[in-house]
Design a protein around this ligand. Structure first.
Ligand code: SRM
Ligand code: SF4
Length: 550
């Protein structure tokens, strides 16, 4: 008898997959069903794709004894969120031709296409490949899209950070040729047996996420990821990074073994060492992460179970240059710099508010068409932020004028209220299989009510970070918001209070399973007290924490 725990089924799927191929080619060729096999549904995630169904239609279709309305969601890999205008236009076209005619900017600086039916999947990926983009490793048990404080065009410091994000993303890409072979009908590479020098044949125990921030902005929420870098700048140059590890948001209602966790400092590395540090951290997790229980398989639990000192020792043992003592660094907030900004070279950059990241047209509000026109008419670049907004970058004076006129002509406002601009919701219904409650479709109306509540107390200019998710997985990073709503049941949320405005503190549950009336009734006296007795400059999250309300 051995007491080695049984590996999870996903480990068997990976082992047997022949470097992420499984029976994907056969499953996608099968036209009788819009779905693929259950094991392939796990494998296809490594290629940035999920099988979903329209949950709005489930009950009706079940009544009529019809199969679910299946389609795929495809997610791009875009380190740092940067797209050329040609790439943006191609993605816009793709969403019309192969998806549900919307682009969904994500909390990891990427784009998701929803509603891609099976016969459209391979053509969609070919269109993505044609503009030198891909969906490789956008999901699955590998390193995901690497985020960084956006806008490499703003100054050399931001460009340096973007370079690190790209270098880490490339270094940690799976080496298998499966993506090209399965989706682009690429030729089988038979000359050499494939290998995964970093991951090995069974990849990581679970997803892995990396982010890089340029203080004082913590706009990528560095404490929420498996591994993050905080830029240390001297004489306008990034000389190195403070490194933090072991963060993560995901939890499961009623399972005390799971919980959100903030990343902790493990030291400092020189600028050129960042990629080596990423490989060292990833391989420690590869070797020691929990492969039996997927709910405890993230790096945060490996560190929690074995201790931070052990973890640092393991990482250092894999590095030629050991991590040094962390340097001083301070964050101000975790929001985006909204509106127009001018770079060192005199070019203008607009951070445009995109409510919950959904780029669409609806009635007189034609955001999607406006962005398309802007891309067609001006030599600009597009950068997705980790707060689901979009930077239209590198505009000269003429382009700036044209951008403003085009947005106005399509009914799109440049700015929203401070409350709305700082809010985020995950996708949730109708596409997310795990949603317990609405999020993207509900938060805008709740924000309108909260705006009214704050202005009753003269607080309409006070930014408060509000984040909502349709389940406890935490895709909009709600556990570090000043007010977080986590879906529990249809129309009901756990309300969390007390996150810090710079994303450096977890909030706590204040009310469980609350409907809208309870949310507003509970918040009303707290907001009134905040208006009356806050200190100068004190955020709402800091206030409820100082007053020991949470
Ligand atoms: Fe997420 C799963 C959407 C960022 C934690 N996430 C999902 C799935 C794929 C549902 C599923 O597994 O079937 C959602 C697809 C919904 C849909 O219909 O589009 C989904 N996650 C998203 C996005 C689109 C939310 C958004 O509104 O932008 C974000 C895509 C990011 C990207 O471009 O890569 C997204 N997800 C996050 C984040 C935030 C982040 O990474 O900064 C988190 C919390 C951080 C973390 O990972 O700890 C997050 N998603 C999860 C989890 C919980 C993981 C855990 O450790 O427990 C799941 C469920 C899972 O993995 O089992 C999940
Ligand atoms: Fe879906 Fe939950 Fe993520 Fe929202 S938080 S997108 S409901 S998995």
């Amino acid at each position: 008898m051995t007491d080695t725990p049984k590996l999870s089924h996903n480990e068997t799927i990976k082992t047997k997959s022949r470097f992420l191929r499984g029976t994907l080619a056969e499953g996608l060729a099968e036209v009788a069903s819009g779905a693929i096999s259950e094991d392939d549904q796990q494998l296809i995630k490594f290629h940035g794709i999920y099988l979903q169904d329209d949950r709005d239609l489930r009950a009706e279709r079940a009544k009529r004894k019809l199969d679910k309305a299946y389609s795929f969601m495809a997610r791009l890999r875009v380190p740092g969120g940067v797209l050329s205008r040609e790439q943006y236009l191609a993605m816009d076209k793709l969403s019309d031709e192969r998806g549900n005619a919307t682009l969904r900017l994500t909390t990891r600086q990427s784009i998701q296409f929803h509603g891609v039916i099976k016969t459209n999947l391979k053509p969609a990926l070919r269109q993505i490949d044609n503009v030198l983009l891909d969906t490789i490793a956008a999901c699955g048990d590998v390193n995901r899209n690497v985020m960084c404080t956006p806008n490499e065009f703003l100054s050399p410091v931001y460009a340096q950070v973007e370079q690190t994000a790209r270098a880490i993303s490339t270094h940690l890409l799976p080496r298998t040729f499966a993506w090209r072979e399965v989706f682009l009908d690429g030729e089988k590479i038979t000359a050499e047996p494939e290998s995964e020098p970093i991951y090995g044949a069974t990849y990581l125990p679970r997803k892995f996420k990396i982010a890089i921030a340029v203080p004082p902005q913590n706009d990528v929420d560095v404490f929420a990821h498996d591994l993050s870098y905080i830029a240390i700048i001297k004489n306008d140059e990034v000389i190195g990074y403070n490194v933090v590890a072991g963060g993560g948001m995901g939890a499961t209602h009623g399972d005390p073994e799971t919980h959100p966790r903030l990343a902790e400092s493990i030291g400092y590395c020189a600028y050129d060492e960042a990629v080596a540090v990423a490989e060292a951290v990833v391989t420690v997790q590869r070797d020691y992460g929990n492969r039996a229980n997927r709910r405890r398989a993230r790096l945060k639990y490996t560190i929690e179970d074995r201790g931070l000192a052990w973890f640092k020792e393991q990482v250092n043992a894999r590095l030629v240059t050991k991590l040094q003592r962390a340097r001083a660094a301070k964050f101000a907030d975790n929001g985006d710099r909204m509106g127009w900004h001018t770079g060192a070279d005199g070019l203008h950059h607009l951070t445009l508010f995109i409510e919950n990241g959904r780029v669409a047209d609806a009635g007189d509000w034609r955001l999607k068409t406006a962005l398309k026109r802007i891309a067609e008419q001006n030599p600009v670049s597009f950068i997705i932020t980790a707060n689901q907004n979009l930077i239209i970058a590198r505009a000269d004076a003429d382009a700036r004028q044209d951008i403003e006129a085009t947005l106005a002509a399509h009914g799109v406002a440049l700015r929203a209220s401070v409350l709305r601009e700082a809010a985020m919701a995950c996708v949730a219904l109708p596409t997310c299989a795990l949603a317990l409650a609405e999020s993207e479709r509900y938060l805008p109306s709740l924000i309108t009510k909260l705006e009214a509540l704050l202005s009753q107390h003269g607080l309409e200019k006070q930014p408060v970070t509000i984040r909502m998710t349709g389940c406890p997985n935490g895709c909009a990073r709600p556990y570090i918001a000043e007010i977080g709503f986590v879906g529990r049941n249809p129309g009901r949320y756990n309300m969390h209070l007390g996150g810090a405005a710079d994303g450096s503190r977890l909030n706590r549950i204040w009310v469980e399973d609350a409907d809208e009336e309870t949310i507003l009734q509970t918040l009303s006296p707290l907001i009134a007290e905040y208006a009356k007795s806050r200190k100068i400059g004190e955020g709402f999250g800091d206030f409820v924490t100082r007053k020991q309300i949470v």
